[in-house]
Design a protein around this ligand. Structure first.
Ligand code: NAD
Length: 351
């Protein structure tokens, strides 16, 4: 039975990955290590908390002793590092914690994995370290072209720079020690359980509460949207089927402007829930500092080499996602109480 050490498994993508893996495989063990920052929520893992092969450990990925003891107590086959500070706006306000978790935390995980897996002749068979990274490490595109795995790294925000730094350290462990690693770089994910500071759940929440819908700049920045379950499938394929040292871009060719996303959400809620929710709620606000104009992924490599393809069209994915937040309004209300309110007030003082 393979043992996966999943870091950041109480966050949006990590928890979707854990649920996906337990649905797909009967004979795996998952250890979920999460510090439970504002973005980590154990409530989201109720479906798996009693699974006989699941264990949760509250720990910081920067904590050397805690991570070492996990390796001592368990024969870990795969490390998949989802844990990160993940919100660009927060990184602009306070980059330091991004350096700690995203860079130093990754190095600590690499070191602990290397110590546990290294033998005199190389590394124990079947071990793998997968770093979950982002298309933001490539910087910004003009209106044409795509990021490929060989595009130069040119990150702009403190978040993107911290992720690019971590990617380079992961690459160094392959180049220097031949440690079996992969890096995946995905586009913007959407789906259930995303923390409502991110565009889609934020806009749904504000529509439901008849609050203004803040749009940065002219609203024409483009992101390439990937349904979270399609992302989870891709990670499973990379960790299990790809050669060590490989980097894979993951994207579904769903390029949409931010304003298009917001208008889609308004229309859904207007048609199905509340006809008084209209485009009048949209409020253009000062642009984000250093705002990248366009991200777009070329996923040819993962399609050709591993046979991955996205199975969820954008229309299907966005409808399912909005429906999920509407059906889980109690979750959304609970998560947007308390600390979230203070954060929201600070970010959008004038709304
Ligand atoms: P998230 O913010 O929802 O979750 C992050 C999780 O990491 C949380 O559960 C948090 O408690 C945990 N965490 C934070 N610091 C930690 C630490 N020091 N030690 C242990 N746990 C810690 O993030 P997400 O959206 O699920 O993203 C997961 C990964 O995917 C991140 O590495 C992110 O950079 C990457 N990514 C995300 C997207 C996206 O659209 N969400 C796109 C590209 C890449």
């Amino acid at each position: 039975m393979k043992t996966y050490l999943i870091t950041g498994g109480a966050g949006f993508i990590g928890l979707n990955f854990i649920m996906f893996m337990f649905e797909k495989y009967k004979h795996i063990k998952i250890i979920n290590v999460d510090k439970l920052t504002y973005a980590g929520n154990l409530e989201n893992l109720k479906k798996v908390e009693n699974h006989p092969h699941y264990k949760f450990v509250k720990a910081d990925i920067c904590d050397e002793k805690a991570i070492q003891s996990l390796f001592r107590e368990n024969d870990i086959d795969y490390v998949i590092n989802f844990a990160a500070e993940s919100h660009v706006d927060r990184s602009i306000k306070d980059p330091t914690v991004f350096v700690k978790t995203n860079i130093l935390g990754t190095i600590n995980l690499l070191n602990c994995s290397k110590t546990a897996w290294e033998t005199i002749n190389g590394f124990k068979k079947g071990k793998k370290f997968l770093q979950v990274s982002t298309d933001e490490v490539y910087g910004s595109l003009e209106s044409t072209g795509y990021f490929t795995e060989t595009s130069p790294l040119d990150p702009h925000s403190p978040y993107a720079s911290s992720k690019a730094s971590a990617d380079l350290m992961v690459k160094a462990y392959f180049d220097t020690y031949k440690m079996p690693v992969n890096i995946t770089r995905c586009s913007n994910n959407y789906g259930p359980y995303q923390f409502p500071e991110k565009l889609i759940p934020l806009m749904i929440h504000n529509c439901l509460n008849k609050k203004s819908l803040p749009i940065y700049g002219d609203g024409l920045n483009v992101r390439d949207w990937l349904y979270v379950k399609d992302h989870c499938k891709a990670i499973d394929m990379v960790v299990n089927n790809s050669k060590p040292g490989e980097v894979y871009n993951i994207g579904a060719h769903n390029e949409k402007t931010n304003i298009y996303i917001v208008k889609t959400i308004i229309q859904y809620i207007n048609n199905n829930i509340d006809p008084t929710v209209t485009q009048k709620l949209i409020k253009y606000v000062a642009d984000r500092k250093g705002h990248d104009r366009r991200y777009a992924i070329d996923p040819t490599k993962i399609k050709n080499r591993l046979g991955w393809k996205p199975e969820t069209s954008f229309e299907e994915g966005i409808n399912q996602t909005i429906k999920w937040y509407l059906e889980n309004k109690a979750w959304l209300d609970h998560i947007t109480n308390g600390k979230y309110q203070n954060y929201y007030q600070k970010m959008y003082r004038n709304l």
